[in-house]
Design a binder for this molecule. Structure first.
Ligand code: UPG
Length: 470
């Protein structure tokens, strides 16, 4: 429930990508419950999604026009999941800078903004906040493990040492961890230091340098060593998550109103069957060849599965859906992923390890079969499998973390996760973290709840002090 008289005003500016927007909209809910008025910035095409997420709240939403005539980006595309190719991500992100004049006009019109929470990919929003004297909290939406490791290897230039991309590299600060060059996006290991991806990386770092601290979608108990490292080595890092627990998950009791896939899961539950959930986030690109292997791997594993696929991957062909219909369902809609993961029949998650998916799986107590694809997902997969041990990893055919996955490697690990001894171990472990996650978010007492008090008090109180002294 929201507090009746908001005393403070926060501006939230999420990046136009579902994996970045969703956690910040959860944060909006949390801030509203704590008596802070919230204004969320978005763009016209992202408005409906944002408005739906914030329905029944007092949050204000302001749409800024998305830049037009961006080279290679078709008009009307305002979210990364709609890009014709994910390789256009840096161009898309760089183009957002053109929204700055409109953003500043809006900032000017506010009587007061106590603080702004901005996505690290919108560095220019932080520069605007500096101009207006608004305190700025940076939100990166990644784990402290991934941020910490990236910082250590970048600073030690560790990725330029080995000859081979799959050679194991020591991470100086964390001697028990080994990574490979392939765990990082090419931009981190490219000696050329140029191109849109590099430009985007450098610009996004400027946002970090002018921020007053980081808000992290994590909880201290999950990765204390890495949170401590980030706190020591960069700016103040406040763990305020998992943000997916900001609201009590919705449970629909009227069977008629449930989506067909939840009804299907209910049936499986009645039969006492477990189900593997398969989804690779909002933007992973999977080749037709690779899709075919997933299809065969799932079919051969004989496990029940619910597979959410994106429009571009829609054609599975070859009578597959008909053949597996007793134990497999393919969903082509936008789903409430948390609702699926929380369903009692879901006992495993074949995931690309986007950070939101990892957190949602932890909160639901569902172990992960990690299949990272891009961005920082390879580091998340290492964390899941080697550090917190809540999951297993698919086998690639050449042993490289970026290697092709043949159906046999998938089938074997799917069975291990759902039925094997290793699966049992990681299931036990993830349930321990699920309990910790719930405790962290408990109102008034949880570590994340209390941590959010710190920046709130710092920025809201200092504004009051300024006003009193005027
Ligand atoms: O049908 C769908 C599809 C997705 N989701 C949600 O969309 C979000 C997806 O986020 P995530 O799992 O993190 O995947 P990506 O969309 O791939 O996220 C991007 O952003 C993340 C956060 O920065 C990074 O960790 C990833 O590497 C990057 O690809 C999650 O909350 C899902 O629950 C749904 O609710 N329904």
């Amino acid at each position: 429930m929201e507090s009746s008289k908001p005393q403070y005003h926060a501006v939230i500016f999420p990046f136009m990508s579902k994996g970045h927007t969703i956690p910040l909209l959860h944060l909006a809910h949390l801030l509203l419950r704590r008596g802070t008025a919230v204004t969320v910035f978005t763009t016209p095409a992202n408005h409906p999604f944002t408005a739906k997420f914030l329905s029944n709240t007092t949050a204000s939403i302001i749409d800024l026009p998305f830049p037009e005539n961006v080279p290679e980006i078709p008009s009307g595309i305002e979210s990364t999941d709609k890009l014709p190719s994910i390789s256009l991500y840096p161009q898309f992100a760089l183009a957002t800078e053109r929204m700055q004049p409109d953003f500043e006009r809006e900032l000017e019109s506010f009587p007061v903004v106590n603080f702004m929470v901005f996505d690290g990919f919108l560095w220019w929003a932080a520069e605007s906040a500096v101009k207006f004297g608004i305190p700025r909290l940076l939100f990166y939406g990644m784990s402290n493990y991934a941020s910490g490791l990236s910082k250590v290897v970048a600073e030690s230039r560790a990725l330029f040492g080995p000859e081979l991309d799959d050679e194991l590299i020591n991470v100086s600060e964390f001697p028990w961890i080994k990574v490979t060059r392939n765990d990082f996006e090419p931009v981190f290991r490219d000696p050329e230091l140029k191109g849109p991806h590099f430009e985007f990386l450098v610009k996004s770092l400027t946002g970090a340098s002018v921020s007053n601290g980081y808000l992290s979608n994590s909880f201290y108990e999950l990765e204390p060593v890495f949170v401590d490292y980030c706190n020591r080595s960069t700016r103040k890092t406040w763990c305020v998550g998992p943000l997916c627990l900001a609201n009590t998950p919705r449970v629909e009791t009227d069977p008629q109103k449930k989506p067909t896939w939840i009804q299907w899961l209910d049936e499986k539950q009645k039969q006492g069957s477990s189900v593997l959930y398969v989804a690779f986030g909002s933007q992973a690109e999977i080749s037709a060849e690779q899709l075919k292997e997933i299809r065969t791997g799932l079919e051969e594993s004989r496990v029940n599965f619910l597979w959410v696929i994106r429009e571009k991957e829609s054609e599975l062909g070859d009578g597959f859906e008909e053949r597996v219909k007793e134990r497999g369902i393919i969903v082509r809609d936008w789903v409430d992923q948390m609702e699926i993961l929380m369903h009692p029949s879901i006992q495993g998650f074949l995931s690309h390890c986007g950070w939101n998916s990892v957190l949602e799986s932890i909160c639901a107590g569902v172990p992960i079969l990690a299949w990272p694809m891009m961005a920082e997902q390879h580091l998340n997969a290492r964390m899941v499998v080697e550090e917190i041990k809540i999951g297993l990893r698919v086998e690639t055919c050449n042993g490289s973390v970026r290697g092709f996955v043949k159906w046999e490697g998938l089938e074997k690990m799917v069975k291990e996760l759902m039925e094997g001894e290793m699966g049992k171990k990681v299931r036990k472990k993830v349930n321990e973290f699920a309990e910790m996650a719930k405790k962290a978010m408990e109102e008034g007492t949880g570590s994340s709840w209390r941590t959010l008090d710190i920046p709130l008090q710092e920025f809201c109180r200092s504004k009051d002090d300024v006003n009193e002294n005027e």
